[in-house]
Design a protein around this ligand. Structure first.
Ligand SMILES: *[C@@H]1O[C@H](CO)[C@@H](O)[C@H](O)[C@H]1NC(C)=O
Ligand SMILES: *[C@@H]1O[C@H](CO)[C@@H](O)[C@H](O)[C@H]1NC(C)=O
Ligand SMILES: *[C@@H]1O[C@H](CO)[C@@H](O)[C@H](O)[C@H]1NC(C)=O
Length: 315
């Protein structure tokens, strides 16, 4: 009994047991990092006081990078986290994540485990990392190619260096990007298993000492409920691959949300934000123009703001 109370106190000292476990779950499986970041920044800067002081942040795919930015700032520094998201996506180019192999796509196809060289992504993740530890509970999901299993890294369970490896692996979309070796695993993005991780976020809240009815979840994802139709006739292999991930992410998102509602009926799934309009596709992964990135960011902000306003109006 006392041990349990002391444990809970110790945990609450670290993360603040404020009566509610606030979760931000960021999805992967698409290239819509800037859209997600726009939506997250709108949540961080427009929700009523305290409602965006997330205790638990999970990310998959490109969502793992957005999640790590949020989790690098302590509760109370939501505006700073939003500013960092904006500066990151403002200066984003493909070279933030990858470059061509010497020998180009042929090298990627024949001699490497992915079509592009992601040493740049590894450096980017390192440069975004907090100096000593994450300031909020962070979890990221990967897929192990050897077992097919889902491998989840969380910031209370592994070292900062291993978390960075987990984020790197989580953002490594298979085929396009090479696999990441970790321990006995060969990891790629978790988005091929679950495009958004609600289950581990709920488990994290339980581990932090909260009850099911104290959990509030905000989900942000890059594919809408209505998948926009595209003219795929002229698609090249890379575009087909990215389109496949998008379709998969969309299906998996619906499944995960429905399962979560079924498994945890008392959890409040307060906001689920996804693109309400079609956005431009690219020939090469993440190869958006500054105008396209700005458009994604703005749609993310607008979609989140509309939801916040209608929710507040009906409360
Ligand atoms: C976090 O990691 C630790 C150590 O691996 C593990 O015991 C714990 O269950 C994990 N928590 C979640 C929610 O995955
Ligand atoms: C999705 O598409 C259906 C049928 O085309 C339409 O009735 C519905 O309003 C759309 N939902 C959203 C959120 O756009
Ligand atoms: C989206 O793509 C179309 C067609 O290539 C282009 O005309 C338009 O300017 C793009 N949108 C933005 C915001 O750049």
């Amino acid at each position: 009994m006392w041990r349990r109370i002391i444990l809970l106190l110790a945990i609450s000292g670290a993360y603040g047991l404020n009566g509610q476990c606030r979760v931000l779950a960021v999805a992967g499986g698409t290239e819509r990092g800037a859209y997600e970041a726009g939506a997250i920044s709108a949540l961080l800067t427009n929700l009523p006081a305290g409602q965006a002081e997330y205790d638990v942040v999970t990310g998959v795919g490109i969502g793992a990078i957005n999640a790590m930015i949020v989790a690098s700032y302590p509760q109370g520094q939501e505006a700073q986290a939003a500013a960092k998201l904006q500066s990151f996506w403002n200066s984003f180019t493909t070279s933030t994540l990858y470059s061509d192999w010497i020998g180009g796509l042929v090298t990627g196809l024949l001699y490497e485990s992915g079509l592009f060289d992601t040493s740049a992504m590894k450096k980017t993740i390192k440069s975004l990392a907090p100096s000593t530890k994450f300031q909020r509970w962070l979890g990221v999901g990967c897929t192990d190619l050897l077992s097919g299993g889902y491998v989840f890294f969380n910031s209370t369970g592994v070292t900062l260096a291993n978390m960075l490896t987990g984020i790197y692996a989580s953002a490594s979309d298979p085929v396009i990007f090479p696999l990441v070796k970790y321990s006995s695993y060969q990891l790629v993005s978790g988005a091929t298993k679950f495009s958004i991780d609600i289950l581990d976020a709920v488990n994290a809240c339980f581990q932090l000492g909260y009850q099911e009815n104290q959990i509030i979840i905000h989900s942000v994802l890059g594919a809408g409920r209505n998948l926009s139709t595209v003219d795929a006739m002229n698609y090249k292999t890379l575009q087909v691959t990215m389109r496949f991930f998008e379709i998969f992410a969309y299906d998996s998102f619906l499944r995960v949300l429905e399962n979560a509602k079924h498994d945890f009926p008392q959890v409040n799934m307060q906001y689920s934000i996804f693109p309400t309009h079609g956005l431009n596709h690219t020939l090469y992964p993440y190869d958006f123009t500054p105008a396209e990135l700005a458009q994604e960011w703005q749609l993310g902000q607008a979609d989140a703001l509309r939801l916040i306003q209608t929710t507040l109006a009906t409360e």
